[in-house]
Design a protein around this ligand. Structure first.
Ligand code: MLT
Ligand code: MN
Length: 311
């Protein structure tokens, strides 16, 4: 099993979110030990502990690197243990950190063709010098070996697969269709494993709108799944008066309820289940909430920044 560092366990906006004065964010800001702050959505994975791949690059990436010593430069005057980045969609919380990775550093960027097209269409990402940063299109449902910019094999393999979701907020096209122009490859999950040990894998699915049967089959029996924990209930932002959108509208299934994530995983026999990408409105972020207790009782761990997950 690869080494996994949770760099950021919150959804877009983080916890507390910069403009939120809601009670939970106030608790986090006040240093309440049961309302632990979380930065935005990202993991780092490694086989050997010296070369790392980011799974998503959050707007908080610079601080995440500084808080995680394995990601600090170790050689010469300029270097990084970060060999590359894998993207699961083009949402702001998953791509803005790419801008932090400028400064003439060789890297490889892995994503679906849909996500690469978004990056190409936004010229600000050219700060990642094309001469130094290789952009690899990853086909769905096929193993792809992760190599660093020097061509060195990391010993890690990923398999990206489409999951129900929505095109990035800033690309929504209300005129397009009921899905605002969403297409296959806009939102994916990743299976990650050491190349010679495919059974010893984990799944990373930080955004998922529903649990169709083929996704349930894919995840069933997995040793470890890190899954979309955005919302507890579909309308929690509306009821709290902090937003107009439901989870369904945002492309996220909720934890509670008959169609919810907790129910969907109840029969999947996943050995270890960890919630990531939690929105600041989600009461599971509060260690003393009934929802936190309910998720824990159902076998879920609620990620915090800086933990290393090892099976
Ligand atoms: C999401 O996960 O739905 C997006 O990150 C929302 C956003 O772009 O703020
Ligand atoms: Mn997000």
């Amino acid at each position: 099993m690869p080494r996994i560092l949770v760099l950021g366990a919150a959804a877009g906006g983080g916890f507390p979110q910069w403009n939120s004065n809601a009670p939970a964010c106030r608790r986090a800001r006040a240093g309440d030990a049961k309302a632990r702050p979380r930065s935005q959505s990202s993991l780092a994975v490694s086989r050997d502990g010296s070369s790392w791949f980011l799974l998503n690059a959050s707007p908080d990436l610079r601080a995440q690197i500084e808080s995680n010593p394995p990601l600090h430069p170790r050689h010469g005057l300029r270097s990084t243990p970060i060999a590359g980045v894998v993207l699961t969609n083009a949402d702001v919380d998953h791509v803005a950190g790419l801008l932090t990775l400028r400064e003439s550093q060789r890297l490889v960027l892995y994503a679906t063709e849909r996500v690469h097209a978004v990056l190409r269409a936004n010229s600000i990402f050219n700060v990642l010098d094309p001469a130094l940063v290789r952009r690899e299109s990853v086909a769905l449902d096929r193993p792809s070996a992760l190599t660093g910019a020097d061509g060195r094999d990391s010993g890690l393999c990923i398999e990206l697969f489409a999951v129900p979701g929505k095109v990035a907020l800033y690309l929504e096209n209300a005129q397009a269709d009921a899905g605002s122009g969403t297409a296959i490859g806009d939102t994916v999950g990743a299976k990650v494993y050491e190349i010679d040990r495919p059974g010893d894998c984990f799944f990373y699915v930080p955004g998922c709108a529903s649990m169709p049967a083929d996704l349930a089959r894919r995840l069933a029996g997995a040793p470890l799944v890190l899954f979309d924990g955005t919302l507890w209930s579909d309308d929690e932002m509306v009821r709290a008066g902090i937003g107009r959108k439901t989870g369904k509208r945002m492309g996220h299934m909720s934890l509670s309820g008959p169609d919810g994530t907790i129910a969907a995983f109840a029969s999947l026999s996943v050995r270890r289940k960890v919630l990531v990408h939690m929105n600041n409105s989600n009461p599971v972020l509060l260690d003393d909430s009934p929802e936190h207790a309910a998720a824990t009782a159902a076998g879920w761990e609620i990620a915090v920044d800086g933990i290393e997950i090892a099976l």
